[in-house]
Write a protein that binds this ligand. Sequence first.
Ligand code: ZN
Length: 128
Amino acid sequence: MKLSEAISLGAMATEHVTHAFIIINEDGSIVTCAIGSALYAVGQHLRWSAERNYISMRWRWVVSNRAQCPGCGGHFNAMAAIMHLNDSHRWSRERIAFFVSMIEPQEQVLLEDQREEQSVSEYVEVVT
Ligand SMILES: [Zn+2]
């Protein structure tokens, strides 16, 4: 799954928040930033301490690629740009997902999808 798709998916299931990845409220409702919504979409929202590491392991380009903020022109790595758009410009996660879809590499996504399929088939082999 592309990061842009994960952000969009998580945004459909959770409310928006700034300056936090994920907050689970006492009533069970969940609020997420753009990064948090992606974590939620891939089922990693309960791994508190590993959140930032998980993002950079699954979508490595977010820490290696540079991005220019479309709001103010500032230069960041892609991860910081996403957080900056969420927290400083208060963009919706849907709008951030569209921005991410324009900067994310296609080749790496294919490799990640293959790895996902491989791990799923390994899981199926263990279960059956
Ligand atoms: Zn900016």
